[in-house]
Ligand binder design. Structure first.
Ligand code: HEM
Length: 471
């Protein structure tokens, strides 16, 4: 097909000219101009969409918040907030239900089916969430520990193989390992084992399962979703690849708990099956991004790395002593490292949009952007400094708004997998640090600078040198 650049230019110019009255209206006559914000974003929806397609909107919005304050108009009908007090107003409960409805343009019918908790309306989501809660209860999570540890051991074994030419004689092959890749493998294995009682074999085979690759790319596709009519609904794909439901395992996995409660809630089989997609989609990539971020921040701060090494290696005399109960409770410094990672590197940095309807019926889209909120100078002292101490009552950070960090959201539509994600992160970090001395490859300098976001951070390769611990 041949293009005609002159015709394209003419069409662009004509449509821009035709829209000038609308741009003027948006800037000066619209009901929202009382909210501050850059005119270059407020005149049309196009600039924000462009930045989102480019994966860089978080940086532009942060600059706008630093200049204009805690509420910024970022498109004609769109406001961004960063005050900690607004979390509850936007996402919390009101009269036992979600305070505000989800924005159907983001939660559209190409993203996920409306029988997933993410897209179900507030009333329909209640029984699904109730059925999920029993699967995510602290008791059933503790029941998953041996499964998680089994996967961690498999991962450690593969990392040793990658690191050592001859493991018994400790002959290293002096090759850095792409850590991010292995963490993704492990998180997809753990989440699918948790969800369906069967892992995907990513760590064992050292490669992405085909549909896992698809799920990772779905995060990018979600940004382009309006143009993505070619995508088959994800849950149908998943049920094609995972012959689940009837499979029986001795260990009560998520589906075991979920199906038992779902029956009591009167949920239909299609609703039960649809949870397959959301569980893998929501849990694997997010936790992998957070874990990779945590390893990066720890290794790039030698004092933090040393303190964590000391805490973990002194607390657990043998690797078998590492247990969820102890890893979660006895290691406050590890806890602070994880919190600080979720502040500086929240896996889903851009906000989740909700709608406010005014008396005339006009809708405004509002959200809190995690990246802007967590790196705002109005919320944190030295917001770009990775400082676990800020979670320990260090005087320097006394004025920090620590409750501004809400990577799992708040309220009735928050993340039900929060405890599962935190447990995985802490267990894996503890095992890694107990077992290995680690060092960043030089190429990782400024590894996170300019990272793009398509729903989640697009992290570059992450080469790390490993060796069996010396002390
Ligand atoms: C660090 C890791 C994680 C982060 C930061 C995170 C964050 C979030 C956030 C912000 C939401 C709300 C999204 C929205 O409103 O559209 C969400 C929803 C959800 N998450 Fe997580 N998540 C993580 C890990 C997990 C894990 C491990 C699981 C399950 C094993 C999980 C299961 C879910 C489910 C099922 C939903 C949908 C809930 C609903 O819409 O009602 N998440 N997550």
């Amino acid at each position: 097909m041949t293009g005609d650049p002159a015709a394209a230019k003419t069409i662009t110019l004509r449509s821009t000219l035709a829209n000038i009255p609308r741009f003027i209206y948006n800037l000066y006559l619209h009901p929202l101009p009382k909210f501050p914000g850059p005119a270059c974003l407020a005149f049309s929806d196009i600039p924000l969409s462009f930045l989102q397609l480019e994966g860089t909107s978080q940086y532009r919005l942060r600059t706008a918040h630093e200049k204009y304050g805690s509420v910024v108009r970022i498109a004609p009908r769109t406001l961004s907030f960063i005050s900690p007090s607004t979390w509850k107003d936007i996402y919390g409960f009101r009269n036992g239900r979600a305070a505000l409805p989800k924005d159907p343009k983001f939660y559209n019918d190409m993203l996920l089916p409306d029988i997933t908790p993410t897209r179900a309306n507030d009333d329909e989501a209640v029984p699904i969430r109730r059925a999920m809660n029993s699967a995510f209860s602290p008791k059933s999570l503790l029941g998953q520990e041996s499964m998680i540890v089994g996967h961690i051991h498999r991962l450690l074994g593969q990392l040793r193989k990658e690191t050592y030419h001859d493991y018994l004689n400790k002959i290293s092959n002096n090759k850095a390992v792409d850590f991010r890749k292995w963490i993704i493998f492990s998180m997809f294995d753990i989440n699918s084992d948790f969800g369906f009682g069967e892992d995907m074999g990513c760590v064992a085979e050292g490669r992405f399962h085909e549909w896992v690759r698809f799920v990772v790319e779905f995060f990018y596709a979600a940004t382009l979703i309006y143009q993505c009519y070619k995508f088959v609904p994800l849950n149908e794909l998943l049920t094609l690849f995972i012959p689940r439901m009837a499979k029986q395992t001795d260990r009560p996995d998520f589906m075991h708990h979920f199906v038992a409660s779902a029956e009591k809630e009167g949920l239909s089989l299609p609703v039960i099956e649809a949870q397959a997609s959301i569980l893998i989609l929501a849990g694997s990539e997010t936790t992998a991004v957070a874990l990779t971020g945590a390893v990066y921040y720890v290794l790039s701060h030698p004092a933090i790395h040393e303190r964590l090494n000391k805490d973990i290696r002194e607390t657990f005399k043998t690797a078998e002593d590492i247990e969820l109960k102890t890893a979660l409770k006895k290691l406050p410094y590890l806890d602070a490292v994880v919190q600080e990672t979720l502040r500086t590197h929240a896996p889903l940095p851009n906000g989740f949009t909700r709608l406010v309807t005014d008396k005339g019926g006009a809708m405004t889209v509002i959200s809190i952007n995690n990246y802007c909120c967590n790196t705002a100078t109005e919320n944190y002292t030295d917001p770009f400094v990775f400082a676990p101490e800020r979670w320990f009552g260090d005087k320097k950070y006394a004025s920090d708004n620590r409750n501004a960090v809400q990577p799992f959201l708040v309220g009735p539509r928050n993340c039900p997998g929060k405890m599962f994600a935190l447990s995985n992160m802490k267990l894996l970090l503890t095992h890694l640090i107990w077992n290995f001395d680690m060092e960043l490859d030089k190429s990782t300098k400024d590894w996170h600078v300019g990272e793009k976001v398509y729903n989640s951070w697009i992290q570059p390769d992450f080469p790390v040198y490993l060796s069996g611990r010396v002390k």
